[in-house]
Design a protein around this ligand. Structure first.
Ligand SMILES: C[S@@+](CC[C@H](N)C(=O)[O-])C[C@H]1O[C@@H](n2cnc3c(N)ncnc32)[C@H](O)[C@@H]1O
Length: 263
């Protein structure tokens, strides 16, 4: 394992700790640009499990065969989510990210049919309404990264109920993750308020919220919650899975990318 090789775990901890300390989006994207070549090695050292767990979660709710599903990987980074998707038979993958260098790594992986540069929260996604059977965003919902105001944009590009004969009467799925360690709890609270408001408006329905104890290794003692099952050195996270509801149900309170609360 990479974490056993000399200083690689401490270097990874230092880099990810520094990343968490950046709250300005432009600065954070620059950091990702510089980190792109070492990203996969560092997150392997930290035993980052979110891509695999998110894809496991999505698999449980997909009604059709994976090779028939068109998937959007938002904030795709170097393509770790695509690697997990491909291993389970998903073949039609699109990705977007705000860092050109991360996108370059994703392109080199050769798993995406389309990759686009897009800064979530500032630009709309480069796709038409109701395009994707499933939209995932893994590891990018936290302070200084993707703001909660970008969530309705994910819903917009997700297929509504009844647009696909092959997929029966199910609406498309949206899978999101965030960390639940102490420094991210304020963001998580704001995120959950946004998710709940969209559910109350009938835009989507929660399929599952799956808390995960072992998300990735903590970057410092301060990130651990004493006396919990996280004491083995891991921070915790959570995976949310939503199913889009009928478009008619959100008319009049339709989510818009311009509306911060999404209502
Ligand atoms: C921690 S990485 C996660 C990458 C991948 N999803 C994974 O799980 O390995 C976060 C990614 O989100 C991207 N990102 C952060 N904020 C963004 C924003 N507002 N718009 C677009 N991309 C963003 C970064 O460039 C980076 O590639």
């Amino acid at each position: 394992m990479a974490q056993e090789e000399g200083g690689s775990l401490s270097e990874a901890r230092a880099r990810v700790g520094a990343l968490h300390g950046i709250t300005d989006l432009a600065q954070k994207l620059l950091f990702y640009d510089r980190w792109a070549l070492d990203y996969d090695q560092d997150v392997a050292a930290l035993q980052y499990r979110a891509p695999r767990l998110a894809v496991d979660c999505l698999m449980q709710a997909l009604p059709g065969p994976p090779n028939a599903a068109l998937i959007l990987d938002v904030a795709c980074g170097t393509g770790l989510v695509a690697a997990e998707l491909q291993a389970r038979g998903f073949l039609q993958l699109h990705g977007v990210d705000g860092s050109p260098a991360m996108l370059e790594q994703a392109r080199a992986r050769g798993l995406y049919q389309h990759l686009s540069l897009c800064t979530l929260g500032q630009e709309p996604l480069p796709s038409s309404e109701g395009t994707f059977d499933a939209v995932l965003m893994v590891g990018a919902l936290s302070d200084g990264q993707v703001p909660c105001s970008a969530i309705p944009e994910l819903l917009r590009v997700t297929k509504p109920v009844s647009s696909s004969v092959r997929w029966g009467c199910s609406g498309g799925l949206v899978c999101l993750t965030t960390r639940t360690n102490p420094s991210n709890l304020r963001y998580k609270e704001a995120l959950e308020a946004t998710l709940d408001r969209l559910e109350q408006a009938g835009a989507w329905e929660r399929v599952v919220a799956w808390p995960v104890d072992q998300w990735e290794l903590a970057t410092s003692e301060l990130e651990l919650v004493p006396g919990t099952s996280n004491s083995d050195g891991f921070i915790s996270g959570i995976i949310y899975l939503y199913r889009k509801q009928k478009a008619a149900q959100v008319e009049g309170g339709r989510p818009s990318p311009q509306s911060p609360a999404g209502l």
